[in-house]
Design a protein. Structure first.
Length: 306
């Protein structure tokens, strides 16, 4: 139930410089990236780049807060509508961020995730359970018709549960709020995958992108690494937004990562817009980020996401 990390060009194939200084950050309104600069974004066919205006002075981000359950649901509804709109008539288009997948495969994946969440949320399950036959389109059923049914069902399921209610999840956070957050971020990333596949401007709400970075590194990464016996990257990662507030220092130890919102030097730093950073964190390439510092450690973090 996580966004699919692409396989492809390493993060060090982007811009690499010596480690420099970063600034303080916090979420802001929706941002759409566009530029005619091909070198800045790495792909000539997608309007995507890092804004060049100055960033804020450095300081802590202790005030960065989660979005509310209604905000997550609003985001999820918008992203579902965008997936349907972009995929209509384009089911056979290749999705470069998910090698080997076409748009139809991505839509099936998201619909399956919705079915998995329903299987837990609807019965208020306290243990891991799997979905039934509804996790696949019926024989001869139109993919988008099936996806619409699954998306409507998962939205209803989340609308009818309190975010504080106890539920099984695959994270240390064992409540329904985990699924509000996970679904909003999961689908938003996949909207970007389709936007990039169709050479559309890449857009994501900044607040959600910043929240998604928190979710990945705080809620998910330590538990995921323990479950699958993964070894953390060999050095620390500093993320720095260039389109508004948002700064993270991710420090690995033997059995966990420690995340703080602060201005501090890491072994490698990624600089870019909030949406470019969340996509890079999930292993997408050609996002337009600037890499400062150790390229090998950068590659390790780029390849580490679930």
């Amino acid at each position: 139930m996580v966004a699919i990390r692409p396989r492809g060009e390493s993060a060090s194939s982007l811009v690499t410089r010596n480690v420099g200084q970063c600034g303080k950050h916090k979420p802001q309104p929706t941002h759409v990236e566009s530029s005619s600069s091909e070198s800045a974004r790495g792909r000539a066919d997608i309007p995507y780049t890092v804004p060049s205006w100055p960033t804020s002075p450095a300081s802590s981000l202790i005030d960065m807060a989660l979005l509310t359950p209604p905000q997550y649901l609003d985001s999820l509804r918008r992203s579902i509508n965008e997936l349907i709109q972009i995929s209509t008539g384009n089911l056979d288009v290749d999705v470069s961020d998910c090698p080997g997948w076409k748009v139809a495969d991505l839509m099936k994946h998201v619909g399956q995730v919705f079915a998995m969440v329903d299987a837990i949320v609807i019965p208020r399950s306290q243990q891991r359970v799997g979905p039934g036959a509804e996790s696949q389109p019926a024989d001869g059923q139109d993919v988008l018709e099936w996806f619409t049914d699954r998306s409507q069902s998962v939205v209803r399921s989340l609308e009818n549960i309190d975010a504080s209610e106890s539920l099984w999840t695959w994270s240390d956070r064992q409540d329904a709020g985990f699924y509000f957050r996970r679904m909003a971020n999961e689908v938003a990333v996949h909207v970007c995958d389709l936007q990039r596949a169709m050479s559309l401007p890449v857009a994501m709400d900044r607040s959600l992108a910043c929240d998604g970075i928190d979710e990945l590194y705080i809620d998910m990464m330590t538990g995921w690494a323990k479950r699958f016996g993964k070894t953390f990257p060999a050095g620390s990662l500093h993320l720095h937004c260039t389109d508004g507030d948002g700064e993270w220092l991710i420090v690995p130890s033997v059995d966990r990562v420690v995340v703080s919102h602060e201005h501090a030097k890491g072994d490698v730093a990624w600089r870019g817009s909030a949406v470019a950073l969340i996509l890079s964190a999930w292993g997408r390439t050609h996002t337009g980020i600037e890499i400062l510092g150790d390229a090998e450690i950068s590659d390790q973090w780029s390849n580490f996401a679930p």
